[in-house]
Ligand binder design. Structure first.
Ligand SMILES: NC(=O)C1=CN([C@@H]2O[C@H](COP(=O)(O)OP(=O)(O)OC[C@H]3O[C@@H](n4cnc5c(N)ncnc54)[C@H](O)[C@@H]3O)[C@@H](O)[C@H]2O)C=CC1
Ligand SMILES: CC(=O)N[C@@H]1[C@@H](OP(=O)(O)OP(=O)(O)OC[C@H]2O[C@@H](n3ccc(=O)[nH]c3=O)[C@H](O)[C@@H]2O)O[C@H](C(=O)O)[C@@H](O)[C@@H]1O
Length: 457
């Protein structure tokens, strides 16, 4: 079977290689000449665990081209960004891909849309464009098969996750299911195209709203003098509670934009857009903490560790770092950036030691595992402040090296509420709430309640 995959990015390329490695002849098509050249010279345009090995398995059945040709199956995995001004989906890439396929579409072909799109896009936008070929939907097959893989574990999840196949009709659904069964081990659930589009958006919106709740808890905890990390860890001991992690904001090509796809035509919804606003406000909140720490310092310099949108990836799309940097520069802070995963960024990227040299404050924005083991003694700072917006550092180690450590949501009272005088902020106490305190393992520092009495857990 000959398959043509349009879009060789984070989703299209691994999918194309998996199909080739499982016996299909695959033509990968990308409008970027650099991507096509890179692949045809045996190089991969981005990093992802396992992709080099997969390429070796797939390369005899895979070729990259600038234009599609005739094929049995066409699979679309092109970007679906958000227009930042209107908060409406930009479907121009999907439209263009459908138009190029139309030139080659034949009776009996199967067209699969993997790109994430607003509900109804398949019926209203994609199928009519494909029909301009002269072949009507009665004579070709169509399915929307949204992707659920998470960057950092893309290959594993593409194979192991369950999938939703939303076919235009019974035959389309069954043919698409058979194709995915060549490499997917997870369950495959069948539905119609519109429901599949809706389900995908619900999944990412659910995560966005839950992260917003965690971020709201972090702000509330700061107001109440409570360490949110300890509090979340304890609340999550409840059998039906599972609170996510607060952070400096929600980035990436999907969670930060898909909720808008769900609501772009609605006049009724508020919770989804409120959650988006909460998450979008987190860089401002981290800057607020920064300002609080650096008040009075002349010509302050901030070192940002981690400009990727999350830990252990090199992708900076919609990263909270962009907003944080712009806000901070507008307030007169000089910015230096370090990120060992990111290849290209509008700000110059520096080695860790250079980014920290002469700086007043390190701000951890991405939770790269390699940051956990940073040796603070080696950093030649002007003043020793660190803001851990991901709660990943060994805080005792940094404190012992003379650093003042602030953790997002550590209860250090960014907006103080009246509490009894003399009670140290909650952030000074043990945050290891996952470890039950027993007679043989007492807390190294006594935990106090807001009335100053020792707390018994
Ligand atoms: N990155 C991710 O983890 C996930 C992405 N998705 C969705 O998958 C879709 C693709 O996302 P990514 O792979 O991350 O995008 P990407 O930006 O990494 O890759 C898209 C590729 O498509 C190419 N392209 C654009 N127009 C084209 C056309 N007409 N013909 C051929 N190639 C074209 C671009 O040059 C680019 O190389 C989006 O709708 C996204 O929301 C869904 C789940 C996960
Ligand atoms: C519902 C769900 O888990 N969706 C996944 C998501 O991948 P993505 O890498 O964007 O998700 P993520 O790991 O939640 O990260 C998104 C953003 O949210 C932040 N984040 C995440 C979890 C958390 O507790 N706190 C938090 O602040 C991350 O740092 C990042 O900035 O979106 C992908 C997509 O659709 O592109 C999707 O395929 C993935 O399965």
């Amino acid at each position: 079977m000959k398959i043509c995959v349009l879009g060789l990015g984070y989703i299209g390329l691994p999918t194309a290689l998996l199909l080739a490695a499982h016996g299909s002849d695959v033509v990968g098509v990308d409008v970027k000449q650099s991507v096509v050249d890179c692949l045809n010279h045996g190089k991969l345009p981005f990093k992802e665990p396992g992709i080099e090995d997969l390429y070796q398995q797939a390369k005899d059945r895979f070729v990259a081209e600038r234009e599609p040709g005739a094929a049995d199956v066409f699979l679309i995995a092109v970007p679906t960004p958000l227009d930042p001004a209107t908060k409406v989906s930009d479907l121009s890439y999907v439209k263009r891909a459908a138009d190029t396929i139309a030139a080659h579409l034949r009776e009996g072909n199967l067209v699969i849309l993997e790109s994430t799109v607003p509900p109804g896009t398949s019926e209203r936008v994609v199928i009519p464009r494909l029909e301009k070929s002269g072949v009507t939907i009665r004579d070709f097959l169509y399915a929307h098969c949204p992707e659920r893989a998470i960057p950092g574990r893309t290959l594993k999840e593409m194979v192991c996750n369950s999938r939703i196949i939303g076919g235009y009709d019974r035959d389309s659904t069954d043919q698409a299911t058979s194709l995915y069964q060549t490499f997917v081990c997870g369950e495959i659930y069948q539905t119609d195209t519109r429901t599949a589009e809706f389900v995908k958006l619900m999944e990412n919106t659910c995560r966005d709203v839950n992260i917003a709740l965690a971020n709201e808890f972090a702000k509330l905890a700061d107001e109440c003098g409570v360490n949110v990390w300890e509090a979340i860890s304890l609340a999550n001991k409840h059998p039906r509670v599972s609170i996510l992690n607060p952070g400096p904001g929600v980035g990436g090509h999907c969670i930060a934009i898909d909720p808008w796809f769900l609501t772009e035509n609605s006049t009724r919804c508020r919770m989804v857009s409120t959650a988006r606003e909460v998450n979008d406000s987190m860089p401002n909140y981290v800057l607020h903490i920064t300002r609080d720490l650096l008040t009075g310092i002349k010509d302050p310099v901030i070192s940002i560790f981690g400009v990727a949108y999350k830990g252990n990836v090199g992708d900076t799309r919609e990263s909270p770092a962009f907003k944080f940097i712009q806000l901070a520069e507008n307030e007169g802070y000089a910015i230096r950036c370090h990120d060992p995963y990111v290849r290209e960024f509008p700000h110059p990227l520096m080695e860790m030691a250079d980014a920290a040299a002469g700086s007043n404050c390190i701000v951890i924005l991405a939770d790269h595992d390699c940051f956990r083991g940073i040796e603070p003694a080696g950093l030649r700072m002007r003043t020793k402040f660190v803001i851990d917006a991901r709660n990943i550092l060994d805080h005792e180690q940094w404190t012992s090296q003379g650093f003042a450590v602030r953790v997002l949501g550590d209860g250090s009272l960014v907006h103080p509420v009246p509490l009894d005088e003399g009670i140290p902020p909650a952030g000074l106490y043990s945050t290891d709430a996952t470890r039950p305190i027993t007679a043989s393992s007492p807390p190294s520092v006594p935990l106090l309640s807001p009335d100053g009495r020792e707390r018994f857990l």
